[in-house]
Design a protein around this ligand. Structure first.
Ligand SMILES: O=C(CO)[C@H](O)[C@H](O)COP(=O)(O)O
Length: 229
């Protein structure tokens, strides 16, 4: 995985057809997705349950590019190697998920993955200040995690603080929750480069009719890139 700061659209399969994940991932990529975002929820750290490493391993062959796995689970550490073996390129853990985020990030890199740390809306940017040399990605939640289709919470002040904290380091800022063509410019302007979008990508389409995925991805990308025009 090479690093760049170009806008990347990462469809969240939380909004895809759960009976058809492989085809949905392939369709989203064929329609212009840069990364595929996989939301793992445990019914404990967040009030919803999705799927685990076996599903990640099953969809991996259907993804040509980056599989971006967002772990909304607690505890995390015992599962890192299993998700790495399932083919995750990026593994993101929440800072709120346990007392030893430093150890978790070390374990993610030791397992051969890029290491991400996620912050819930109530967690300040300063919480990750001492982790900047240990992460490849900071995920800023713009909804309280657990469900797709929620209203965007403005975190632009936090994104700007993180961008300044990151400086010249090769660290992505990812935004997750309520991203659509209206909110994408706000977060791109503040310094985000990876935009996770579930509902706004998968709406109106299906694996039989994937063209709307492409239209939706292009609309989000154009809105985000428009801030530099
Ligand atoms: O992590 C998530 C929820 O915890 C989802 O990735 C996120 O909410 C994306 O869904 P949508 O674009 O529909 O808001």
């Amino acid at each position: 995985m090479t690093f760049d700061r170009a806008i990347k659209i990462a469809p969240s399969i939380l909004a895809a057809d759960f009976a058809n994940f492989g085809a949905e991932c392939a369709a989203a990529e064929a329609q212009g997705a840069d990364w595929i975002h996989v939301d793992v929820m445990d019914g404990h750290f967040v009030p919803n349950i999705t799927f685990g490493p076996a599903t990640c391993a099953a969809i991996r062959p259907h993804i040509k590019g980056v599989m971006d796995v967002h772990l909304m689970i607690s505890p995390v550490d015992a599962y890192i190697d299993t998700f790495a073996q399932a083919g995750a390129d990026v593994l993101t853990a929440h800072i709120e998920a346990g007392p030893h985020i430093h150890r978790t990030l070390q374990a993610i890199r030791a397992a051969g993955c890029k290491a991400g740390v996620a912050l819930n809306p109530g967690t300040p940017a300063s919480a990750v200040e001492d982790l900047m040399d240990m992460v490849d990605l900071v995920c800023v939640m713009t909804v309280n995690p657990g469900f797709g289709g929620q209203k965007f919470i403005d975190m632009t002040t936090k994104i700007k603080a993180l961008r300044s904290m990151i400086g010249d380091r090769p660290v992505h800022i990812e935004i997750d929750g309520g991203v659509d063509p209206k909110t994408a410019p706000l977060v791109a302007q503040a310094g985000a480069d990876v935009l996770v979008a579930g509902s706004a990508v998968f709406k109106g389409g299906s694996v039989q009719n994937p063209a709307p995925y492409g239209e939706n991805i292009r609309a989000i990308r154009a809105a985000a890139e428009g801030v530099w025009a």
